[in-house]
Design a protein around this ligand. Structure first.
Ligand code: ZN
Length: 133
């Protein structure tokens, strides 16, 4: 596993939060993207060598909408970049972590992503991501 690639933050209103985080970081987001399969709209900020991803659910069944309903807005996941997502998944399964989707899916920002269940990681949703070549 390599560096933290981004931190995902669940928000209710992406437009409003874009303004808040632009003020916080002193610069605007560099892209917005909708991932229809996940029911989310995202925006990305580059902060030094890391990124911050804001996520808004686009319908009430979206994992983000459900998260906000249960826990309110806030940090939703931490994403780590990996070189070989399939071998990382195999390694982590062997270590006993619960993998939410064993087959990597296409996430935002041109990445293949796999999530680990927070039950097996002290309550933190972990995303593995590998840049699509
Ligand atoms: Zn993410």
């Amino acid at each position: 596993m390599n560096k933290i690639e981004h931190i995902g933050i669940a928000v209710k209103d992406l437009e409003k939060s874009n303004e808040i985080f632009a003020a916080l970081f002193g610069k605007s987001h560099y892209k917005m993207e909708e991932v229809e399969s996940e029911g989310v709209k995202t925006s990305f900020f580059q902060v030094g060598s890391n990124k911050v991803e804001l996520l808004e659910g686009t319908n009430e069944n979206s994992p983000i909408s459900k998260f906000i309903e249960k826990k309110g807005e806030g940090v939703h996941h931490i994403a780590f970049s990996v070189d070989d997502i399939l071998s990382e998944v195999a390694r982590l399964k062997k270590e006993g972590f619960i993998v939410l989707n064993e087959i990597p899916k296409k996430g935002a920002d041109n990445k293949l992503v796999v999530f680990l269940h927070p039950k097996s990681t002290n309550g933190v949703l972990i995303e593995l991501c590998q840049e699509i070549a």
